[in-house]
Design a protein around this ligand. Structure first.
Ligand code: ADP
Ligand code: TPP
Ligand code: MG
Length: 306
């Protein structure tokens, strides 16, 4: 057994506590003393989630942002966080990391209240984890599994900018600053999640790619999903064009941190959102662009260990 999804299947077999939501959601939901806490944890690893040469401020920012994005996907209000930090061996680097982290924590109102610090063996890649705690803002906390046949699927913004930013950085080429910024400093949609939470049937964030995350929402909801539009920014279209290869790259690169949500047909999203598809009875994911069926790419998105 290799790979993230196979390992998660093993974990799911033992995830009986309702707080775990079957390990099929972005977060755990804990009922504690009448309050409902939303808890999530994500890790960033050098050369896996960020480039060794990325500015340390941006890595600190990103560690907070990817966790805040999971809170946003449940409409949760950030409460506090804990960080597990591996010293980089360079005090100035560590201080710069913390300044970027603090900027994000201040921006989104999520104080750091604890954690742990270690040193790694020489030569080990940098690695950092953060556990974010939020407070539910709605009676029903949207899961990935609540989409209904006939629902319309939306995203809160275009996809593929971060993936393109990574590609140009890896190639050492020049790129529009907006693409690099999307890769290094994702903006979690905390405000939008709070607005959407009471209206949506299902919601999650897009970390691994529009196609794979839509397929996950469809599977969790016991439905088929049809993607009819892959929205890209003008910066990305200017760099990569609007051909099918560029669109599929944008829909599978991941690192988008936009919200993906299902709303009943005819309901106004109330936030800036782009319609990308719909749910219907059945199972699986299909792509239908410009009136023509498009074969799915071999990889629908990012999966660790594959
Ligand atoms: N090592 C682990 N131990 C326990 N639960 C895990 C582990 N890795 C992932 N999960 C759980 O599996 C589910 C899916 O994880 P993931 O795809 O990483 O979610 P997300 O993209 O929202 O971070 C979540 O409920 C997460 O908490
Ligand atoms: C250097 C580098 N290579 C590749 C990627 C692409 N990438 C790595 S992990 C990932 C998915 C998101 O990370 P993950 O740990 O799966 O977060 P989660 O889905 O658990 O929120 C993507 C798109 C990257 N961000 N940086
Ligand atoms: Mg995760």
């Amino acid at each position: 057994m290799t790979g993230e999804s196979a390992f998660l299947s093993l974990l799911r077999a033992g995830a009986a506590d309702p707080a775990a939501r079957g390990l099929m959601d972005d977060v755990a939901v804990l009922d504690v003393g009448g309050a409902r806490l939303i808890v999530t944890s994500d890790t960033l690893v050098e050369s896996v989630h960020f480039l060794p040469g990325d500015p340390p401020e941006t890595i600190g920012w990103k560690l907070a942002a990817v966790n805040l994005s999971d809170l946003a996907a449940k409409g949760a209000k950030p409460v506090a966080c804990l960080m597990n930090y591996a010293l980089s061996g360079d005090a100035a680097w560590d201080a710069a990391f913390l300044s970027g982290l603090q900027e994000a924590l201040d921006r989104y109102g999520m104080p750091l209240v604890g954690g742990d610090t270690v040193a790694m063996p020489a030569g080990a890649p940098r690695s950092f984890s953060l556990t974010a705690i939020g407070e539910a803002t709605s009676e029903v906390i949207p899961a990935r599994s609540g989409a209904q046949a006939g629902d319309i699927l939306y995203v809160t913004g275009p996809v593929g900018d971060a993936g393109a930013g990574l590609t140009v950085l890896q190639a050492g080429r020049d790129a529009p600053a907006a693409l690099i910024e999307s890769y290094r400093r994702p903006r979690p949609r905390v405000r939008e999640g709070g607005t959407l939470v009471s209206a949506v049937h299902a919601m999650m964030d897009i970390s691994d790619g529009l196609l794979i995350d839509t397929a996950r929402m469809a599977q969790a909801s016991g439905l088929a999903a049809v993607i009819e539009h892959i929205p890209v920014s003008t910066e990305l279209a200017g760099l990569a064009g609007g051909g099918i290869g560029a669109l599929l790259a944008a829909a599978t690169a991941g690192d988008d941190y936009e919200l993906l949500f299902a709303l009943p047909d005819g309901v106004d999203p109330l936030v800036a959102a782009i319609r990308v598809g719909r749910f219907e009875a059945g199972e699986g994911l299909t792509l239908f662009l410009d009136g023509a069926s498009v074969p799915l790419p071999p990889a629908l998105g990012y999966e660790h260990g594959t």
